[in-house]
Design a protein. Sequence first.
Length: 215
Amino acid sequence: MIKACLFDLDGVIVDTARYHYIAWKKLAKELGFDFSETDNERLKGVSRMASLDILLEIGGINMTQAEKERLAHQKNEHYVSFITQMQADEVLPGAREFLKACREADIATALGSASKNAMTILDRLKLTDLFDVVVDGTHTTKAKPDPEVFLKGAEALKVNPAHCVVFEDAEAGVEAALAAGMKCVGIGHPEVLNKAHLIIDGLHQMDLQKLNNIQ
């Protein structure tokens, strides 16, 4: 019996990838070179500091560690300035409706995201009150595929991991859910998320009947 749903943020509830891209592009422009969408493909799924190293490599720039720390902070400031302008209609199709359906069915909800800006995004999207628990990058020390973020979510909800379903769009997130002993719904490409128990295109394809039929 499913008692809780845990959701990744980016790619599941909202798509913030474009804000990361324009933040990196702005930083590159400030450093005197261009950063293209093709360049940005190299940054997907990569940490902020590793992404900065790729950016500097593209620009042919060498910097000290202290200078890199300053630039990483600068990029995050750019990103935050963009997401604080987000509107409620930027929620991905079906996400708000499915969250409400879970609440009405007394199924607990939690966010499990590595983002340290998760609360800012939820507030801007007017989604905060649809989550019982938020576990983000300020609460965790281990990145997915480590199951820490989801185990902390289940613990905060006081729900056994076996009664939880995770919604994820990344392979590492699916692996984290399985390592936590939870069911997993993959959102995206079947060839990438083939370990998930169910794969859909988005939460607009999800309902409570499908949720309870997950094997």
